[in-house]
Design a protein around this ligand. Sequence first.
Ligand SMILES: [Zn+2]
Ligand SMILES: [Zn+2]
Length: 271
Amino acid sequence: MAAIRVDYHIHTRFSVDSRSLPAACRSAAREAGVDEMCFTDHLDVHPVDPGFGYFDPEGYIQAVEALAGSPGVRVRRGVEIGFDRRSQCDLLAYLRTHPLPLDFVLGSVHVVEDRPLDTQLLSGNDASTVINAYFDEVEAAVRAASDHRLFDVLGHLDVFKRYLPGSRKRWEPADFRDRMDFILGLAAAGGVGLEINTSGLRNGLGETLPGLDIVRRFRERGGEILTVGSDAHREGDVGADIDGAVAVAKAAGFRAFTIFRQRKPVWVDIT
Ligand SMILES: [Zn+2]
Ligand SMILES: [Zn+2]
């Protein structure tokens, strides 16, 4: 598919941490020059997650459907599921009992060893212990995606850097090289994609989630599915820094990024 601009990670009032109206996000997308957007509201089944029990599947699908017919920006139906090993069966059961007409499922780890991954967890514990525990969940997530098609793309892979204590929010992928390479190889072999999440560029991290080094290593391990998204929780952030994410993809060796139709990948050329 010829080059278009997309945003594949957008939250609305159907997420516990956003108050944006879907229509306002769509208008913002149009202003930002986005051709295709995918809503990815939170679907969380772990009791410690702030979004536990919040998602309203019927209301959400209705709201997105109401926008889908209007001309202009193409609107896709997605969710961001919160994965951890304890939640895997509940997530699979939820998706089975709520057969939503989804185009895209993003899978993200927000809970580690039954605790929310946040500043409190990272500041109260040895960072590398928490990061390793986080990667345990990510590895299980990739297996669940590849074995059960639980989701299509892994969201904000190194999201823990948001919560590292102090002002220095960088981490050193080289310190976790073998683990990272193993997970990236597993994802590539299992047809599980990687997201380039631009929230780090506007929130002071100075790079995307994950950064160029990891995106490049994913490519080198045969990764082909790659989405770009802002992780907007307010309409003003829809479409933010998408060009920056595409530049990272290109620098990493990708010639195309991915959009989805009924959970099937379609590749969009990077010019
Ligand atoms: Zn997330
Ligand atoms: Zn999100």
